[in-house]
Each structure stands twice: as C-alpha cells, then as structure tokens.
Design a protein. Structure first.
Length: 185
C-alpha cells in the first residue's frame, strides 16, 4: 500500500513536469475504470471513449491543481463525471429547476427490489428512464454521490436533487414491477 502510494506520488510529480511516459503509465492504470464511468453516462462506446480522452487531457493539463486531498483516482473520476455531464448538457440535456417553495420532499431510503431482479436488470431499467432521472440515479446509486455533490455537479438545488431522485426511483419501481408481473419493461 505504502509503496503504491509512493509510486503514484512519483508518477504525479513526473506528470507535473510534462513527462509523457509517466502520463502514459497513469493513463494505462486508470483508463479502463474511467471508461466504465463514462460509459454509464454516455451509453455509447464511442462517446464514452471521447469523454474519457477529454477527461485525461483536462486532468493532465490541470494536474498542478491536484493536492492529494483525495486519491488520484477519485479526483480523476470527478473530472470524468463532470465531462460526461457537460457533454450530455451540450447535446440536449435540460434540467428544469423546480420551485423549492412548492416541494415537500420525503426521504425514502427503501431501495429494495424483488430478489429475482438482478443488478444488471436494474441498470438496464435505469438506462431506459428519462435522462434527468437516469442521471440522478446513476450519480446517486452507482457513483455514490450525495445530494450536495449532485447539486453542485448539475448546478441545481439539493431539494431538486432529492425530488428528481425520488421521482426517478418511483419510475424505476414502476418499471421493475411491470417486469416482475411479466409485462416487460
């Protein structure tokens, strides 16, 4: 563990000095994981590849801002997530801001589904939801972001994040229930 951290620290120092071999080593260590993160958002291998490449370019150009407060992988993942969202927004993504005064969000932490439904089936159903719900559910469930982080990433309020998550969860449950009843997705 200590040796790995020391190795990463050395690689990052070399990257700060524009060492291409060190950049390639970091790229090779993280490219598969970052591609998977991008693919969860982009749903298309070509777009995921493009987002991943752009994220690495940005990471290497901004590596001097990496302070080591989190792991390099976590820092890079945040760049990939933000780049994915920016790409989605530039294409057609529109998050409508809700008026917080009219919202009464109930925290519902029950995420149980029927035992016969696999994680892959849940992911498939999430990918069929309207994009605003899919994005919130992906950030919350798969990427592990909390509402404060989601609100910052998407430039929405925490209340809106909670509301969209709750609505997305309701749609997800409806679709999973249809599947459970044999009516498909």
């Amino acid at each position: 563990m200590f040796k790995t951290k020391l190795y990463h620290t050395d690689l990052i120092k070399q990257c700060r000095n524009q060492n291409r071999k060190a950049q390639l080593k970091l790229y090779n260590q993280y490219c598969d994981a970052m591609y998977n993160v991008a693919f969860r958002f982009m749903k298309n291998s070509q777009d995921a590849e493009d987002v991943m490449q752009e994220a690495f370019i940005k990471a290497f150009s901004k590596i001097n801002t990496f302070k080591g407060e989190v792991t390099f992988g976590a820092w890079l993942k945040r760049i990939v997530v933000n780049k994915s969202i920016d790409t989605l927004k530039s294409v057609k993504y529109n998050f409508s801001e809700l008026d917080d005064n009219y919202l009464n969000v109930v925290d519902d932490n029950n995420w149980e589904v029927a035992d016969e439904i696999s994680a892959e089936e849940v992911k498939t159903v999430i990918s069929r939801l309207p994009q605003k719900y899919e994005l919130i559910l992906t950030l919350y469930l798969m990427e592990g972001y909390d509402h404060q982080e989601i609100s910052q990433i998407l430039n929405i309020t925490e209340v809106n994040s909670r509301t969209q998550l709750l609505r997305g969860k309701q749609k997800l449950k409806e679709l999973l229930k249809q599947k459970g009843n044999g009516t498909g997705y």
